[in-house]
Design a protein around this ligand. Sequence first.
Ligand code: DGY
Length: 350
Amino acid sequence: MLEKPRVFVTRKVDEAAIALLETVAAVEVWLDYKAPSKVEMLSKAQDVDAILANTEDRIDEDVLAVSNGRLKVVANMAVGFDNLDVITATRLGIAMSNTPGVLTKTTAELGFALMMAVSRQIVTGDRDVRDGKWQHWHPSAYLGVDLAGSTLSVIGMGKIGFEFAKRAKAFEMRVLYHNRSPRKDIGEGFEYCEKLETALEQADFLCITTPLTKETHHFIGKAQLSLMKPAAILINIARGAVVDNIALFEALKEGRIAGAGLDVTEPEPIPADHPLLTLANVVITPHIGSASQRTRRDMAVLAAQNIKARLSGEPMPSCVNPEAMTRKTQREKGEEFASHALDAELDEEV
Ligand code: DGY
């Protein structure tokens, strides 16, 4: 009897996803809250056909190669996939997938929450109330910035950027965006800035939603921050490394920009002694853009659907390297070789 395919799930996820995987495979779930170490990951990946990975797991060449051709698919439970070595996977015929769509609105909502928290000093105010520091209502205390009438620049007008921009419109903001090319499918009211500089100079609020790639690493650094208004507020809901956080710290400290709301940092978690944590005008959340109950379930299920499809030889819903499918895994090549050899033997017999 053929052995069932094996799947390693690198963190406890919604039962619906596990149940789906169990229809086609034997499933092992990593139950520690802490991510598997590199050594643990290598040991688990040795003997599996699929991995359901998370954003903190580095699926590099070592992990991809350790199964010696058995691994067929890695499904990332995130829309971003900068933690996956897609180039090596494609070369080895290993399919990879992400979870677009299901987390778009949830992530945009978190970005909006950060924008409002920073612009209206919500976290500082809460802290002061708890610490008994708030003693008097005063006309000039805790003054913030109105969103209505302000200009927002979105950097990276993908799905999440667009959802963020739509919400900003509803709050009566002027919306600019910088993207590789103008988007023709988003209707009126969103102004394209071909030049990043224009988007930076005009922004009262800057929201970063561009994926992390080689090109966007430290995309916003000292030079870019120096173009922004002193009253501007930066929001990052993409990946920490899109912003040079040391340059950001200096710009905030010197009052060259007014505040920041970061759901992502470089590194993660941000060390407790990081200079950014000394600033009152910064709100940092622990990478919770997609962290709603419904969305995390939908992400896990979409990741499981990708694995199930690949293991069943069906089209994957959100494969990021379809070219991998035209390449056979080393094991598939081996099996094919064996079956040709068998055919040859049979030919000889008849
Ligand atoms: C994503 O989906 O990329 C989120 O940042 C969660 O990792």
